[in-house]
Write a protein that binds this ligand. Sequence first.
Ligand SMILES: [Zn+2]
Length: 310
Amino acid sequence: MKKPRSTFFHETKHLSENGLLPYEPACPFCNSVERTPIAVLQRQPDVWLMSCRVCGASSASRIPKLQTLDDYYGHYYESAAQLQTERVTFDNPERFGRHFSERIQRYLHKSMLRVLDMGGGDGTIAVQTARFLMPKGFSRIEITVVDYNDSLVVPDDSRITITHRKCLDDIASERYDFVIASAVIEHMSYPRTVMLNLLELLDNGGIFYARTPYIAPFVRIFQKLGIPYDFTFPAHIHDLGPYFWNTFIQRHADENRFRIIESRPSIVETSFAYHPARTLAAHAFKAPWYALGNLYPFVGGWEVFLRNIG
Ligand SMILES: [Zn+2]
């Protein structure tokens, strides 16, 4: 039987001096140097979580080298294969597929859809999304997965096709109707470039989805109280919440071309069936947001749907 897993699979790993890029004072998203340290992520060499006062992003003060991340994620999927798990970071991919389908179907008026899943593992979530979308009037859905992992699920519907690319550079001049960056931006050494490249791959009317952890508000409190916490550095390098995402287009893209469709606490990635305690806690922490809105920061993760309005 397949055992689902979740992002808790990410493990904290102490990095040595030669696994890290030099300290960079500027925010990797907006280049501002107006950043304050809010918590220590590791000692010797010290890495701090820095909060940017301009764009709201929190990022590690020292970014892991690309080679360090390659090594880390190479082992990540080897271990996943040993566990015979689906190569996704989500307990219930079907629920995620429905979540996407319900939010994007009204915006997509084509018979053939192109989906790009950046860091999509074996493509399970993209395929689940396609399965939910297919009955809504689409005749064919082509999925491209960009990932370290090159072993893909086989869709059980011949109208859904799936192909693999090792990196974004391998995608030539394609345009996509739905671009997924779910729980990947936080892992990237150069996130701004990748995010802007992904936006450029959107066809007119296409939708970009991002989901990122947003635990900086918890980390601040734990640091002050001296309570140990696991940020899972170097898997988790960046932490992005509502202020970052709600000002992302005006800061980085053309406001005449892109719009926010939805910006909200992220879907809970675990399920009651497999991780009851964590799932209950996740729902309980997110619940007050529905009454208090963005004044309440303890939601743990954020998701955003942006649309290319042409
Ligand atoms: Zn910034």
